[in-house]
Design a binder for this molecule. Structure first.
Ligand SMILES: [Zn+2]
Length: 206
């Protein structure tokens, strides 16, 4: 299918994500197996990766192209951790395998983003591009962290939302929770917009 001249190249570089819970729901995490995962836009397939499922992880296999380089084959191993659910059963997490400034990330996350050469968690992409504009993300994040601390929780967004402090009305607590969720959502969307813009910029240069 024909694309408008000059506007068709950004599809390969656009923001892609993989969701460990979705793969779990589809039964893709039962080893050993292979599957192929594709992203589409307007009904067209724009990118795909092959995935090999092992006992405690997956290997993502795909081709990637950076600025000034040709296509390269990439094999990225991502650990899968299982934790037990309160109501029984287990749920999987990706263990982010990215390293920033020499520090291995290892965060347990549901989604990994393929905005650069590797798939990494949203925290890693934020670190890697901290010098860039991410105001919506930062504002939302700062707000949700403040609410967590106000409820005697930590500012760590990977932890569960804090329990209701003693003496606080449920209605007040629930209001804070709603404000928090909206801010967190906004911060994630801000980051996604940022990653997408970054992808477009990369593809224009390529
Ligand atoms: Zn990470």
């Amino acid at each position: 299918m024909a694309r408008p001249a000059g506007g068709g190249k950004n599809t390969v570089e656009s923001c892609r994500s993989v969701d460990v819970l979705e793969w779990h729901r589809r039964g893709y995490l039962r080893p050993p197996q292979w599957f192929s995962w594709a992203w589409t836009r307007d009904g067209e397939r724009v990118a795909s990766i092959n995935v090999e499922t092992q006992r405690h992880g997956v290997t993502l296999k795909y081709r990637s192209r950076s600025y000034g380089e040709g296509w390269r084959d990439v094999e990225q191993r991502v650990g899968i951790e299982w934790t037990s659910c309160r109501l029984g059963g287990e749920r999987p997490w990706f263990e982010c395998s990215a390293a920033a400034n020499g520090d291995y990330c290892g965060r347990r996350v549901i989604k990994l983003y393929g905005a650069g050469r590797l798939f990494a968690c949203r925290h890693c992409y934020r670190l890697a591009y901290a010098s860039q504009q991410e105001s919506a993300h930062q504002r939302g994040l700062g707000k949700s962290q403040k609410i967590r601390m106000r409820l005697s929780g930590s500012s760590n967004m990977l932890e569960e939302f804090p329990d209701k402090p003693k003496g606080m009305h449920w209605r007040t607590y629930e209001r804070w929770r709603r404000v928090h969720d909206v801010a967190e959502e906004r911060s994630t969307r801000g980051l996604m917009g940022f990653v997408e813009r970054l992808g477009r910029r990369t593809s224009r240069r390529a």
